[in-house]
Ligand binder design. Structure first.
Ligand code: PLP
Length: 829
């Protein structure tokens, strides 16, 4: 990668170049017994990172001191996923010494980009939900708020995707192989987490009440590792605290002698299995026992430690809500509710009502999806067996809640059916989170409205005060300052300040340049250089030449039917047919770029990847077409290559079936980088269009209302479209006539059948054919618009200029104002 200039990035006072250089050399010596000329690049990365860690730790200690002095309230952001990406570059950016370190490395004959490329992504997440958690903790640090990110230190993160013969192959992501230079093991905070066993009830004479004693369980030790989360230029460092599991009892011959052999082996396996791997499903729940173990493991450890920390300096647990808020990132950490109850009841000896009062003031829930298959529902027998005491508490929460429902809605069984926590043999996690949380938020305005009007209507009617919206956001430090240094520099020059780095509302001052021919040229020159950078990446990875003068039309996100990558590739097939039939058709050359991982067990998603690669293969090798269209599938889409992709994009494909994408955050990263949205009125696209104006986006397709109306009527009849639209008939037939499969008529038959006679579910569940013509028209408008260079440049500049709302800094200030009520803490170095 080639960063030729750097964004304005104020030098932190006191950065000592010579000392830094010395420390790198010393680290190489101490860690590897090497000098610069003999060290491998990975070793240099480790040595540089350790020198950076030294800078971080000074600020980390200072932050701890400030916390001790001020005793602030903390938010515990509980999340199964943190999709952090690489740390080195962002730490340097936020320490305000990226430029200096780049120069120091340069003097040492090293290229900072090459060193950054040595770092594996910390991919402890699937997609948007995990990346949101990463943006949030970065914004919290930058805005001077106290936070612990709480999660799991998976041994294997999101799998690496390889494409072999057009098919996705999953390769384990051994991200800790070379060690993580930034993490700190904190064995002094070890917690014990208990699974299985049974609950004994004993009469406690002293207290005159029952005591619940958990016995016969398997235990595991939870050991936290802290990863620093550096705020931008403010000396604040918070921690992402991720938990590793260790057997309580080291496996040894002594236990063998005692006859504990099997128990020792079981505990070893329990510990090993829990943190082994991230489940690679996005927006899809898999009811695996191990998944519930993971959830309780990190939640129990996090909540126990939070209480322990609170009790070090406070005696009255009734005031816990003044110092602690647990934010539940989706339902995955919902066992926080009964776990906190358990601690207050069984360990602190509280009565139910006082424990409930505290718990409900401490927990808040964020809903991330309305997709039915993503709703977590645990079978009661599994739940009860794995977490017997927790289950009792859930039963009691449910019992008391249903009494309230019955009081408010006498004899209305439909209310119980929709709102009960325990129903038909299942534990419904969303219902528990809503009943116990004091706040329930959606992640974009449209999504929150759909929750209130439809999915959670009964809850909204019963407890409207809990519901609120927090439209998602992204951090501009990573997705502009680090990912697009050329544009970052230009923004600062144009608006005459780099204040946008911590206050993105400043970026609106670009608006006055939208019509300025000189600014337009500069902007498009930067886009061109970023397209060259991506073209180099594609050449190196895909061995395909792409033309940086062509339109870069990009869809990168997890592969999911509702995100409709299939609509995109069917349209590419349609264009191919048009250009074949009419070679002189007015058409500006376009490169269609895809990047997407499919969940390992998601068959239709994997077939779609194969289709994209097959169409790419045919088109890229057809000399009559390949100067007009190219199709590229970027392997192993992840945060580090995402940064390069957003910077180089002209068109942002956000084409989910309306009502299905809760928010999207990829859409915001594209916008910030001056790509124009081609999308449906779904999720945060609605708010993007509101900010930028409908004349600066390309909107198509059914509204969420229309989609939901069809769904209420059992769908629609795609076969009518197939029989009446000859263009659509042709592309569907091509799925089964071998055009894109070297004559193989079976390869894409499942996809074909999904439109006309599916083996399960509704025909064309995601309304691809229904939206096709509208999409094709929008694509044609894009193609036409791009040919007017000045008009396009204006649209692109306006997208960047109007992206201010979509910083995660704005989102975090809203969470603080409405939910967390945190105070800012200043850190002096
Ligand atoms: C932002 C991001 C996502 C989320 O993308 P959507 O288009 O909102 O689904 C997924 N993966 C990575 C690597 C991201 O950076």
């Amino acid at each position: 990668m080639n960063h030729e200039t750097f964004a304005i990035n104020p030098t932190s006072e006191g950065f000592d170049r010579e000392a830094f250089k010395k420390e790198i050399l010393s680290n190489l010596k101490v860690l590897y017994r090497k000098t610069l000329d003999t060290a491998a690049k990975q070793e240099v990365f480790q040595a540089v990172s350790l020198a950076v860690k030294d800078l971080i730790v000074d600020r980390w200690i200072a932050t701890q001191k400030a916390y001790q002095k001020k005793d602030p309230k903390f938010v515990y952001y509980l999340s199964m996923e943190f999709l952090m990406g690489r740390a080195l570059g962002n730490n340097l950016i936020n320490l305000c010494c990226y430029k200096e370190v780049a120069e120091v490395l340069n003097e040492m004959g090293l290229d900072i980009n090459v060193i950054e490329d040595q770092e594996p992504d910390a991919a402890l997440g699937n997609g948007g939900l995990g990346r949101l958690a990463a943006c949030f903790i970065e914004s919290l640090s930058t805005l001077n708020y106290p936070v612990y990110g709480c999660g799991i230190r998976y041994k294997y993160g999101m799998f690496k995707q390889e494409i072999r013969d057009g098919y996705q192959v999953e390769v384990p992501d051994n991200w800790l192989e070379n060690g993580n230079p930034f993490e700190m093991k904190r064995p002094e905070y070890v917690q014990t987490v208990k699974f299985g066993g049974y609950v004994r009830i004993e009469w406690d004479n002293e207290r005159q009440r029952n005591r619940f004693i958990h016995d016969g369980y398997d235990a595991v030790h939870a050991i936290p590792y802290d990863i620093p989360v550096v705020g931008y230029g403010n000396n604040m460092v918070n921690a992402l605290r991720i938990w590793d599991a260790q057997p309580v009892q080291e496996f040894n011959l002594a236990s063998f002698d005692k006859g504990d052999y099997l128990q020792a082996v079981e505990q070893e396996n329990l510990a090993k299995n829990i943190v082994e791997v991230l489940y690679p499903n996005d927006n899809h729940y898999s009811g695996k026992e191990l998944r519930l173990k993971q959830q309780y493991f990190f939640v129990s450890a996090s909540v126990q430690l939070a209480i322990q920390k609170y009790k070090e300096t406070h005696s009255d647990l009734h005031k816990l809500p003044e110092k602690v808020c647990f934010q539940l990132n989706d339902t995955h950490p919902t066992v926080t509710v009964p776990e906190l109850m358990r601690i207050l009841l069984d360990e602190e000896g509280m009565e139910w009502d006082e424990a409930w009062e505290i718990t409900t003031k401490c927990c808040a829930y964020t809903n991330h999806t309305i997709m039915a298959e993503a709703l977590e529902k645990w079978p009661v027998d599994l739940f009860m067996r794995l977490l017997p005491r927790i289950y009792q508490i859930v039963q009691e929460i449910n019992r008391r809640f249903l009494i309230q429902v019955e009081e408010k809605y006498p004899n209305q069984y439909n209310k119980i059916r929709s709102m009960a926590i325990l129903y038909e043999g299942q534990v419904r996690m969303a219902n528990m989170a809503i009943v116990a949380g004091f706040s329930v938020n959606g992640v974009a305005r449209l999504h929150t409205e759909i929750l209130k009007k439809r999915e959670l209507r009964d809850f909204y009617e019963m407890m409207p005060e809990k519901f609120n919206n927090k439209t998602n956001g992204i951090t501009q430090r990573r997705f502009l300052l680090h990912g697009n240094p050329l544009l970052a520099q230009w923004v600062s020059e144009k608006i005459g300040t780099d204040a946008w780095i911590t206050d993105l509302s400043f970026i609106k001052n670009l608006e006055k340049y939208a019509d300025d021919p000189k600014a337009q040229k500069e902007f498009m020159d930067i886009k061109y250089r970023n397209k060259l950078r991506l073209a180099e990446y594609v050449k190196a990875h895909n061995h395909i030449d792409i033309d940086p003068n062509s339109i870069f039309d990009v869809q990168v996100k997890r592969l999911h039917e509702y995100k409709r990558q299939l609509l995109n590739i069917l349209h590419v097939m349609y264009l191919y047919n048009q250009l074949k039939a009419n070679p002189n058709m007015d058409f500006y050359p376009t490169t269609f770029i895809f990047g997407a991982k499919a969940a390992a067990g998601y068959k239709r998603a994997k077939e779609t990847i194969k289709l994209i690669n097959s169409v790419a293969d045919t088109i890229n090798n057809d000399p009559s077409i390949n100067s007009k269209i190219k199709v590229v599938f970027i392997e192993n889409y992840r945060v580090s290559n995402a940064e390069i992709i957003f910077a180089a994009s002209d068109v942002s494909e956000q084409i989910s079936t309306a009502s299905k994408e809760a928010s999207g955050t990829g859409n915001m990263k594209f916008m910030l980088n001056g790509a124009v949205t081609l999308g449906t009125m779904d999720g945060a696209n609605v708010e993007i269009v509101e900010e930028v104006g409908s004349e600066n986006a390309f909107i198509f397709g059914m509204s969420s209302e229309e989609v939901m109306a069809y769904e209420a009527n059992g769908g629609y009849h795609p076969s009518e479209i197939y029989h009446n639209d000859m263009d659509i008939k042709k592309i569907l037939d091509q799925l089964v006539d071998g055009t894109f499969s070297h004559g193989d008529r079976e390869m894409f038959r499942e996809i074909y059948s999904s439109f006309l006679s599916p083996s399960y579910g509704r025909a064309d569940q995601y309304f691809i054919l229904k939206d096709f013509q509208s999409y094709a028209e929008a694509q044609a408008r894009v193609n036409k618009a791009y040919q007017d260079k000045s008009r396009w440049a204006k649209m692109a500049i306006l997208n960047t200029a109007k992206s201010g709302k979509f910083t995660s800094d704005r989102t975090i200030e809203e969470y603080v104002r409405d939910i967390w009520h945190l105070e800012k803490v200043q850190v002096e170095l």
